[in-house]
Write a protein that binds this ligand. Structure first.
Ligand code: ACO
Length: 382
């Protein structure tokens, strides 16, 4: 049976920083309140023209570059997102086209648990032998759906994207176990914009139709209840225990929730990765961005046993036990590799252009070529 291994990872965060003090000028809040209640100091906000698609493309390219992988060999792109540019076409299809991948592509919606859900789908398809290479992207432009007048939610969220590139390998390792869960009866506690009519099985309290709406305390209670338990269940499935964890990478929603999960697991905070102060809650992007930074900071090392846990809208939760790769890609970063990545990028652009021109030619052929009216020729003498 093949195993699914992580071969490359990448992240993108917009350069535009929004601090707590900036927010205090927009709504009735303070830096002290936000830091004390959430652990957040600042977050990144998508600039003009930056969307879940564009951020996802940047993160995906970085992950492929690290692995020196040819995007033309990627057989599956999954984009976990709650903030797609459009309901359709899928964000994943736009990423597939931009990077020059050839296989299937679809979006997955499971709130902040989405990236782990997507990893479980992609890795199981690799383990089943259906595909050999997959790209999993978590990308969010939450600033596009935040109500900037609601101090209870606008201080929490930020934008960004992260991606993992996975490959089949006969060597045991990679994804050791998953735990996925959902409780739709709590769906109304955390909702996004309504598209068309909304299914509301129970009389829900005043759902905001255009923005993120959240009952913070209830979501807080839910999160502290499920995070530790989900991690324990996934560890049990992997035949491991809390002592085997080298690094715990939780969804970055609230520092107090992260500390409570660590307490539940009796895990010292030295084994817990936290970067919420820099980015706030970036939903499906939060775990891959955290992994990228944990590697950059030397906190996540080759062959480490990592436990990732997410929770969010749905309500959903998810945990994964992962053996971090012994080495990232086939090659270290080198000049020839950069040249290859550049050429692959150019090929993707040309391929996309060829397909687009092909669609237009097909349209013209279908419609019948327009025949220009013949102009009456005038003779110079006439
Ligand atoms: N600044 C100042 N005061 C505020 C702010 C703010 N930004 N927001 C709320 N308050 C006030 C409230 O109005 C309330 O005032 P009151 O006591 O006079 O009524 C007071 O602060 C306390 O409010 P609570 O909501 O009880 O504060 P709490 O300690 O619960 O913290 C928070 C709120 C941070 C939202 C917390 O409940 C939380 O983190 N919940 C979980 C949220 C979460 O993780 N969501 C993401 C899910 S992931 C996904 O899929 C998108």
């Amino acid at each position: 049976m093949p195993y699914a291994h992580i071969r490359g990872w990448g992240k993108y965060v917009p350069p535009n920083v929004l601090t707590n003090d900036d927010l205090a000028r927009m709504v009735d809040t303070t830096d002290e309140w936000i830091r004390a209640r959430t652990g957040i100091a600042e977050r990144r906000i998508a600039g003009p023209g930056e969307t879940a698609v564009t951020m996802g493309i940047n993160a995906a390219r970085e992950a492929l570059h690290m692995a020196d992988a040819d995007p033309a060999d990627v057989e599956l792109v999954i984009a976990a997102t709650a903030t797609p540019d459009r309901i359709f076409p899928a964000t994943a299809c736009m990423i597939q086209d931009a990077i020059g991948a050839q296989g299937g592509a679809f979006d997955l919606s499971a709130g902040c648990s989405g990236f782990i859900y997507a990893l479980s789908v992609a890795s199981k398809m690799i383990e089943a032998g259906q595909i050999k290479r997959a790209l999993v992207v978590g990308t969010e432009a939450l600033s596009h759906i935040v109500d900037w007048k609601d101090r209870a939610t606008c201080v929490l969220f930020g934008d960004g994207a992260g991606a993992f590139y996975l490959e089949a390998d006969e060597e045991p390792g990679g994804f050791l176990a998953f735990e996925l869960g959902s409780d739709g009866s709590g769906g109304h506690l955390l909702t996004g914009p309504v598209v068309g009519n909304s299914y509301e099985p129970v009389v829900a309290p005043d759902l905001s139709k255009g923005y993120i709406s959240m009952q913070g305390r209830a979501v807080y209670r839910f999160a502290t209840r499920v995070m530790g338990r989900a991690a324990e269940r996934a560890l049990r499935r992997a035949g491991l225990s809390v002592e085997d964890i080298d690094l715990f990478v939780p969804h970055q929603a609230n520092l107090r929730i992260i500390e409570s999960a660590a307490r539940h697991l009796k895990l010292p905070m030295e084994k817990v990765y936290v970067n919420i102060h820099r980015y706030g809650n970036t939903s499906a992007a939060s775990i891959p961005v955290a992994c990228c930074e944990a590697v950059e900071e030397g906190r996540l090392k080759p062959n480490d046993t990592v436990v990732m846990v997410g929770f969010g809208a749905g309500l959903t939760w998810a945990a994964a036990v992962v053996q971090w790769p012994k080495e990232p890609g086939r090659r270290a970063r080198s000049k020839p590799q950069s040249a290859r990545s550049w050429l692959r990028g150019q090929r993707a652009r040309l391929l996309s252009m060829r397909h687009r021109v092909g669609h237009q030619v097909d349209e013209l052929l279908e419609a019948g070529l327009p025949i220009p009216p013949r102009s009456k020729s005038k003779t110079p003498s006439g």
